[in-house]
Every structure is written in C-alpha cells, then in structure tokens.
Design a protein around this ligand. Structure first.
Ligand code: ADP
Ligand code: MG
Length: 676
C-alpha cells in the first residue's frame, strides 16, 4: 500500500476521525504506523481463577453461574455483580454505574474477562469492571494489547482497530536501515518490528521491535545533525595568529583561573587558529566562571583585529555583562558598548553608528543585536550566553552578522556527555567541570506552606545581619485564580510584615528601565529582599544574596530550580535555598528530594531525564530538536551508544551510499521543528 495515502482511505476512518487524528499530527498511513503505543496490557495468558491474587490485572475464561444483578447502594451509585466459575473456582465480577452491562451475558455461556482483582469488604476476591468478550473468537483478549496516547475524539478501541487495519493493509515495507548495519548491531528488520511494536506476539518480540525503533530514531537524528555539522565544518574561519596575548588579560584578573577554565580557553584558541570556523559549546554549571572564559576569548579576538559580539537572553543579564566586561577591559583600551531593545532612539542610533564604523570593539546586547538594522564593520567573534534560551535560528542569525565569525555558545545546563553529543551534535563541546575554590554548597530544604512564616522570619533575621535574599514566584497567568503566589501581592505583604526591610519587586511585565533600576538597587544593597519571577533565572550575580525561597516550587522543572538556586552561594557566606510546596505529587517529591541532596548540575539533569517521560524529554524542542517518538535518552543510553557507533560507521562509508536512509535524514532536517 502507498504509505503516503491519507488515513481517510482506511476503513472506519471517516472525516471526523480523520480530523481527530490530524490534531495528533497524523495525516497519512505512514504517520499512523509510526504512532507508537504508550504501553501494553498483557491479556495473552488465561489464568485459573484459583491462582488470581489481590492487586493483579489478569485474564480469566469463565462461565456465567448467576446472571448480573443490579443494586443501588446510594441513589446515584449502581452496582452490578455477577458470579462466574472455571474448573478451579469461582469469583465475583462487579461494575459500577453501568446500566447496560447486565444485558450482555447469558447463563452457562463462557466468556473471557480481563480486569483488576481486588478484595471486597468481606475480604473475598473480586474483579472490578473487567473488559469482556465471548470465548472462542477473541479480538480484545488472548494477546498483548497496545495502549495508545489518547486525544479527544479517539477512544482506545478506535485507535486499536484503525491500527490493526493499517498493519494488515501495509503490505511489504521497504527497509531503509542498511543490512550491514542491522547485522553488525543485531537490529531487527522493519516489517517484523512494525507488526510487533503494535501487536507484539510476545514480550520478547516487543523488546526486539522497540529496540529497532529506538536505534533507528537515534541513528537518524545523529546522522541528520552531522549533515548539518558537515556544513559548518567546511566553512573557512579567520585565523587568529596572536594567541599569546590572552595571557595579558588573564593575568589581570583578580583570581587564578581554574584548570577547567584554562583547558577551555586552550580549546578555543586551538579552534581560532585552525582556519575552520569555530562552533563551540561551553558547558559549565552555574557559577563555574563562564564569563571570564568568554571575556578572555573576546579579548583575544579583539587583539586579532576583529569586532566581537555577545548576546544574552535578558536585558538584566546584558547590562550585567556590560558592567563586568567594561570593567575588565577598561585598562586595555577596548571599547565596549551596549545594545538593547529598550534604549532610547538617539542612544541606539549612536550605538549603531559605532558598530558600523568599527569604533565599538565589543558589542553586548540582547536580541537587539540580531535585528536587521545592525551592521557590523568586521564582526569576527560571537558569543551566545545561556544558549538554552536561544534557538538554532537565532544562533544562525547572530553568526550571519559577520563573515563566518567564530562562535562560542555558553550553557549552564549541564547534561551527560553522551546526551550532549546528541543535543549539540553540530557543536564541539568544552566542559567546565570544576567550580572556583572555596564555594560552599547551598543548603537546600523542602518545606510545606504552613512553614512559610518561619521561613520569612529566618530570611528577615538574616537580612538584619546585613545579607540579602530572593523570593521567587511562578509566573501567574491572569486566568488562573488558584492560590499560586503572585509576586506583586507577596511583595506588598512582605513589605507590610517587615517594615524595617526594604522589599523590591521584579517581574517580566515591567519596563526594562524599571527592571534595571531594581537590579541596580539590589546590587547596591538598597533593596534587601527581592521578590521576583524567573526573570532572575539566568546569570544574575549578586554575591551578597545568600538565601532564596521559592514559592510553589512544584511549578518549576529540576533544571530550572537548579538555575534559580545558582543565584545564591556566590559569596563566601553559607547560602540557603528553601523550596516551598504543598504538592503531594510523587514526581514533585522526588524532584524536591533531588534538589535537597545535590548541588551537582550533572547529577540533577540526569535525574531530570529520569523523572520525565520520553515525550517530555528535557526540552528537546527547546534545543531545536524534534520530540522523541520512542527513545528515552536516559533509559536507552546503551542503544544510544550503539547508534552513535553506527552513525560513525555510516558517515565514514558515506551516507550518500544509503539513499533510503539519507532520505529519512533529509526529511528530518527539512522538518520545521528541527530548525526550531
Ligand atoms: P557562570 O558560569 O554561572 O556564568 P560567572 O561567570 O558569573 O559564572 O562567575 C561566577 C562568579 O565567579 C563571578 O563572580 C566570577 O568573578 C567568579 N569567578 C570566575 N572564575 C573564578 C575563578 N577562577 N576563581 C574565583 N572566582 C571566579
Ligand atoms: Mg553566566
């Protein structure tokens, strides 16, 4: 069958269902085949009634002993119960509020039932709300049944039966994984895998099928990314011949660089004299000193006769980089200017002129830098700070401002190296895996809301001793009328409760100028307690702030919590982070626990991967990658390794020799999602 055929041509898919499928991004027969189950129910084995145990979900084949009887236990609570038996024993079946179920059985007839067994009030076993069908010609029992992710308008039964049609009609699929690769890595063939991922013959077949699709997904992703990298690799880059000059700069810093910082600077230098354009990601946990590394590289670039630009995701951060870099470069006669969206028209014109005529050596700014009206004189080096806030496209735009400038990308989201290779497959990677000496881990606690007053008293006492603190609130949409802490209200309450403490407020809706003002006052210590939303998540550096309380902590992802916490513990004093949440959710509890026991960004991001489902993997989309359909980058790391090896084999042999596979990769690259 033609796989590109719209699913409307499958029997049982009318216009309405086709629309429901379209909402899930399923348009063609191919789409539906690659819509994989989320889980399975093992209805393959029939158990004797006497062997059923409490809590188990099982299939039994049993004969009706007594027809169903209805009983109302409350006015609106109907219980229907029926007794059935097999050779080994008897069991009671019950349904709740199902008026029609009693019409579906006949005395002395045999049926298959699938459901959960539990104990009733008398302690006897019963099966609750089982699925059932006539014995002898089973469609929904007697096998392993796929369970699909649901969407409105599509029931599990509809999905299962449409899928069955698609599988039966698919004909012979053309294999696109090279035979040599399949043999070397013991990867199952496509037709077998497709059948068994949807309707597994047994769990062994399922595992084999799943492994194939995981392998395939990761392989194609990596090949697609290396196609992209291939393009970067061939770009000629400017050669910076004077690398030694960097010592003048690093010697001027008030501290010794850590070994990890030195190593990273060396890697950057090597790239910059190689003659090939640099695309390097620097990964380092919060506070690992990425700014100093970027500054050293910028210094070197400027001394080699080009302009440099540094882009930050927020105005606060851009301003902060502006302050620290102009301070660091002051004695070297390097001219640093700022360019942000909120600048006055005249200031902006002035800045643009300096950028265009080359008077500005270094430009620091926000997205304003990549606007069309910005023209550089000779841009040769670009830095994107906190890259998880930028898409692939924005990076590309920044780079397009110069003539193949070297690019340094900095990220505070540490992830395991194997994953980094996938996520940033088109980049070289440096890791700053060492914090400057003398840092004390932030003590972290998770508390419930009834402790709030004590938390704020603790913060107030600390402030009276001369320290500062942050309180972080989640963003509250205007439509939400829950008891989420709203930053404005909370700031007012705290100001009233602690009249001797100067409370400030900062949130995303404020004008850039006002945010600046607040930030300046907080840095200067005139604001002692800053209530803020996640606008302070990235980069902000106020060493005198040593406590952070996070309201509704369940609202934040693990990596985000870690980023936020990174705002404290930047001075020599013991820092504290207090997570306030009333959530009972198991995953939330695990997240909080992870934060309390670890300050290590790599560990935390690994836990983050573990606690998220495959679809929701660690912001893949944020990183400009497609959502994973089946692979779980944490659990499938062994297959990931195999697929990395295979990707290397194929690249060495030349992807063009495998046209079917290449087509899959091209499709993935051209997909809009990939380009973010
Ligand atoms: P991040 O990697 O999170 O961007 P920053 O670059 O803001 O971290 O650095 C955090 C703090 O550590 C800054 O105050 C910076 O001056 C300081 N710092 C950076 N490198 C060192 C070092 N080698 N020794 C001591 N302090 C350092
Ligand atoms: Mg930083």
């Amino acid at each position: 069958m033609e796989l590109d055929k719209p699913i409307r041509y499958l029997k049982g898919v009318g216009e309405k269902r086709a629309e429901a499928f379209a909402k899930k991004g399923i348009h063609t027969v191919r789409d539906i085949l690659y819509f994989f189950p989320r889980s399975y129910e093992d209805r393959s084995k029939i158990k004797p009634i006497s062997e059923c145990i409490d809590g188990e979900t099982v299939c039994i084949a049993a004969t009706v002993y007594r027809l169903p009887a209805d009983k109302y236990i409350k006015r609106n609570m109907l219980i229907t119960s029926m007794t059935v038996y097999d050779d080994s024993g008897m069991i009671n079946l019950v349904w709740y509020n199902n008026k029609y179920v009693k019409n579906n059985f006949a005395e002395n007839e045999k049926y298959v039932f699938f459901g959960k067994v539990g104990k009733n009030k008398q302690g006897r076993l019963q099966m609750t709300a089982p699925v059932y069908e006539k014995y002898g010609n089973e469609r929904y029992t007697g096998k392993i049944i796929p369970i699909y992710p649901l969407s409105s308008g599509l029931s599990q039964k509809v999905l299962q039966s449409v899928m069955e049609l698609a599988i039966n009609d698919m004909g012979k699929l053309e294999e696109y994984l090279p035979q040599t690769v399949r043999e070397k890595y013991k990867i199952a063939e496509l037709n077998f895998s497709m059948r068994n991922i949807h309707f597994p013959r047994d769990f062994e077949s399922y595992n084999i099928a799943r492994e194939r699709f995981v392998f395939e997904e990761l392989l194609i992703l990596q090949l697609a990314l290396s196609l992209r990298r291939g393009k970067n690799k061939t770009n000629a880059g400017q050669v910076f011949s004077d690398l030694k000059c960097i010592r003048e700069f690093t010697d001027s810093l008030p501290f010794d660089l850590t070994n990890a910082q030195k190593r990273t600077i060396n890697e950057i230098c090597r790239d910059c004299r190689s003659g090939i354009q640099m695309n390097r990601l620097v990964q380092g946990d919060v506070g690992s000193g990425k700014t100093a590394v970027a500054a050293a590289a910028i210094y070197m670039a400027v001394k080699n006769g080009v302009q440099a630009a540094m882009m930050a995701p927020t105005e606060i951060l851009a301003q902060q980089h502006m302050d620290s870099l102009s301070f660091m470069f002051e004695s070297f006669g390097i001219n640093v200017i700022l360019l942000t969206g909120s600048m006055k028209a005249k200031e902006k014109r002035d800045a643009l002129a300096k950028i265009a005529d080359g008077a500005a050596d270094v430009v620091i700014g926000t997205h304003a830098i990549i606007q069309e009206n910005v023209e550089f004189n000779k841009l040769g080096f670009v830095v994107a700070d906190e890259q998880h806030r930028f898409g692939v496209e924005q990076r590309a735009k920044l780079q397009a401002k110069g003539h193949f400038p070297h690019m340094l990308i900095m990220s505070a989201t540490p992830i395991p190296r194997t994953l980094a290779l996938i996520l940033y497959g088109d980049l070289e990677i440096s890791v700053i895996d060492e914090l400057p000496p003398g840092r004390k881990p932030v003590k972290t606690y998770s508390v419930t809301a009834n402790m709030r007053e004590r938390v704020y008293n603790f913060i107030a006492d600390n402030i009276r001793k001369g320290m500062q603190a942050y309180v972080v609130c989640p963003l509250v949409a205007e439509t939400e009328n829950s008891d989420l802490k709203n930053s404005e209200e909370l700031a007012e309450k705290l100001a009233t409760a602690y009249p001797d403490i100067k409370v400030g407020l900062m949130h995303g809706k404020m004008k850039a100028k006002d945010k600046d003002q607040v930030m300046t006052e907080f840095s200067a210590g005139t604001i002692q307690l800053l209530v803020a939303t996640t606008v302070i998540e990235v980069g902000v550096n106020v060493p005198n702030a040593n406590i952070m309380a996070i309201e509704n902590a369940e609202r934040f992802g693990l990596s985000q919590l870690h980023q936020l916490r990174g705002r404290v513990g930047r001075g020599g004093d013991q820092a504290h982070c207090i997570l306030i949440t009333d959530s009972d959710n198991e995953i939330t509890k695990k997240r909080m626990e992870t934060m309390c026991i670890s300050n290590d960004g790599f560990y935390i991001s690994e836990q983050d991967l573990k606690l998220r489902g495959p679809g929701d993997f660690f912001g893949t989309r944020q990183h400009g990658l497609p959502e994973m359909k089946i692979a779980n980058l944490f659990e499938d790391r062994n297959i990931l390794k195999l697929s990395q090896q295979a990707a290397k084999d194929i690249t060495e042999a030349g992807l063009k020799n495998y046209p079917l596979l290449k087509k899959k990769c091209d499709e993935l690259i051209s997909d809009e999602i990939v380009m973010n």
